[in-house]
Write a protein that binds this ligand. Structure first.
Ligand SMILES: Nc1ncnc2c1ncn2[C@@H]1O[C@H](COP(=O)(O)OP(=O)(O)OP(=O)(O)O)[C@@H](O)[C@H]1O
Ligand SMILES: [Mg+2]
Length: 163
């Protein structure tokens, strides 16, 4: 299934991210795809805010993986933010330990996830952000399970700009 959301500004993308962050739970894996400057990190910043993280979230382009302490519904967990842009070969996904982050107490956000496709579980949320510069962004959320559908309905009720 998929849902389409539209965002007219960075602030709107942050707001959508916050609503999404509010419904996330440990074990969730979110793949954020889209060209350079599409708004993957902006969405990640909103998600982090929704998870009660006050640290500044930037693209972990040089560190590849950045971890934050988070909380969701009173439970403490980790937000693991990855950016795989600099990887050249799928084997590097194993070397840097992408799969090690798939733990029940961690929410994983993966920017530039394409190179890791063979390592990703089916139960995940794929988000494609289209548009750049000052364009309106079109965010397509794709998922396979009812669990994601229920949670995204909740996001939709807080952020009605649906495409
Ligand atoms: N609707 C929008 N949503 C998100 N960002 C927007 C929007 N409109 C304009 N922008 C601008 O687009 C840029 C998005 O940058 P961001 O770092 O989030 O992109 P990215 O997809 O993570 O890029 P990279 O692949 O380089 O990591 C910011 O400069 C932001 O101000
Ligand atoms: Mg980024």
């Amino acid at each position: 299934m998929d849902y389409v959301f539209k965002s007219q500004s960075k602030e709107a993308t942050l707001k959508l991210g916050r609503s999404l962050g509010n419904v996330l739970q440990g074990g969730d894996i979110l793949c954020l795809a889209g060209d350079l400057g599409a708004g993957k990190t902006a969405l990640a910043q909103g998600i982090a805010a929704g998870l009660g993280i006050s640290a500044v979230v930037t693209s972990p382009t040089f560190t590849l993986i950045q971890e934050y302490a988070a909380s969701s519904q009173g439970k403490s967990l980790r937000l693991v933010h990855m950016d795989l842009y600099r990887l050249q070969h799928p084997e590097e996904v194993e070397v840097i330990g992408v799969e090690d982050a798939f733990q029940i107490d961690a929410i994983c956000l993966i920017e530039w996830p394409e190179i890791a496709k063979d390592y990703l579980p089916e139960d995940r949320l794929d988000i494609l952000i289209q548009g750049s510069g000052e364009d309106t962004r079109v965010l397509t959320f794709q998922f396979q399970t009812e669990g994601w559908q229920k949670r995204l309905e909740q996001v939709l009720s807080e952020y009605p700009q649906r495409g």
